[in-house]
Design a protein around this ligand. Structure first.
Ligand code: ZN
Length: 424
């Protein structure tokens, strides 16, 4: 049996502590489908919705673990594939696990390693046995099985570990999608059987099935029957159109258990996170905030600010005057303009700010859901990002399903037409 270690609990203002979501409909930590919850993990009590920075090799490039704590980071994602190559899971195990190895006292999640193999290595091939690939170290053929992925993750010791799934791009169609979904269900049983530390590590299953609602539904039901500690929605953020993307999220969150965390893998941009949270998702991870920082781009309420731009050269303002991060308190845009893409310090400072932005976004989602001001938060967020009222159609569609009225921040269709006619 897979001991259930995670408790997804929603804050109830009338009570002192936390109760399980499914306990009652009097829960006040929800707004329609959106949930503000507390996730009890072995190393940390996380508040959701939450964003996980990606620390590929046990590090978020350029930031110390103390800085990550200052930012308010609750959980970091480690890439099993990279960690298994260097420093190796055996060595991490000798050091007492990744928490000790990287000096991170809070929560960790590791992925299965399969996705990296399929996406990074051209010579990866998936069979019923596992993912076969050519070793990037010595070129020899290697095989990652569900059992081996779990064994490696057991050695690394993260609070949440992910099942090996058969990943296919959502843009692929045909029988391959169905094959991958059923294989993912067969592999989850092999993962459960191989899991040696169910009391210390929470194994999450991954919902596959591409953009096909029938396949997604079969996968959700199959995983729910296994009564896992949490569930991820996989196979998204792979180039599908935005309307298809949110509809898959909405379908899965509607049928996944209320009391278990829901993690949308590889998502996403701040706007995606707001939309998915409105639809009832809890956890996210994405390389975007740190990757874009290395290219000199800062996340701001209006969208993005490109520090490389010549207009920044003599700009005395901080990146974002409403941001309370260390970077915005201490440095001007002009100074950052000098550093970005030229000095490592530039990408470190921008990564710091961008992760702070994501953490603040998570905190605001959590508190606005609890305080019952979630629709106002969503509208303010959209007004900042789309001051002209040109909120994308897919966002409007998703918000309608989420029961969030965003009419106050959208330009009515007829006035859009007027603008179009007068400018044309
Ligand atoms: Zn800042």
């Amino acid at each position: 049996m897979n001991a259930v270690k995670t408790h997804l609990e929603v804050t109830v203002m009338v009570m002192l502590f936390w109760i399980v979501v499914e306990a009652s409909s009097q829960v006040l930590g929800r707004f329609n489908r959106a949930r503000a919850a507390r996730l009890t993990l072995p190393h940390f009590l996380c508040e959701t919705p939450l964003f996980m920075p990606v620390g590929t090799q046990g590090t978020i490039k350029g930031l110390t673990t103390n800085q990550l704590e200052d930012i308010g980071c609750q959980i970091i994602l480690g890439n099993t594939y990279h960690l298994a190559l260097r420093p190796t899971s055996e060595l991490i195990d000798e050091f007492g696990g990744l928490h000790k190895f990287m000096n991170w006292p809070r929560a960790l999640l590791t992925d299965s390693g399969g996705f990296q193999m399929v996406s990074l290595l051209h010579l990866a091939d998936i069979t019923e046995e596992g993912v076969t690939f050519q070793s990037p170290v010595d070129g020899k053929p290697m095989l990652l099985t569900p059992e081996e992925s779990i064994q490696i993750q057991n050695r690394i010791g993260a609070d949440i570990i992910m099942a090996l799934d058969d990943v296919v791009k959502t843009t692929i169609t045909g029988p391959r999608i169905e094959e991958a979904m059923y294989r993912t269900l067969r592999w989850i049983d092999r993962c459960i059987a191989a899991h040696k530390r169910p009391k210390e590590q929470n194994l999450f299953g991954i919902v596959q099935g591409g953009l096909d609602p029938v396949l997604r539904d079969i996968c959700v039901q199959g995983l729910v029957e296994r009564n896992l500690p949490g569930y991820a929605i996989g196979g998204l953020a792979g180039g599908e159109d935005k309307d298809s993307f949110w509809r898959v999220v909405a379908q899965c969150t509607a049928s996944l258990p209320e009391s278990k965390p829901r993690y949308v893998m590889g998502v996403g941009y701040p706007l995606d996170i707001v939309v998915c949270s409105a639809l009832g998702a809890d956890m996210y991870d994405c390389v975007y905030p740190t990757r874009t920082a290395r290219f000199g781009t800062a996340l701001v309420p209006e969208g993005v600010l490109k520090l490389k731009h010549q207009a920044m050269a003599d700009d005395t303002r901080p990146i974002d005057s409403t941001c309370e991060c260390m970077v915005c308190k201490n440095y001007t845009r002009a100074y950052l303009h000098c550093l970005v893409t030229k000095d490592a310090m530039g990408s470190q400072l921008l990564s710091y700010h961008n992760l702070y932005y994501m953490m603040q976004l998570s905190r605001n989602l959590h508190s606005s859901i609890i305080e019952g001001t979630f629709p106002k938060f969503v509208c303010d967020f959209l007004k900042n990002m789309f001051p002209e009222g040109d909120v994308p159609e897919w966002v409007c569609n998703a918000m309608e399903v989420a029961g969030i009225d965003i009419s106050s921040c959208c330009t009515p269709l007829n006035s859009k037409l007027e603008v179009y006619t007068s400018s044309g």
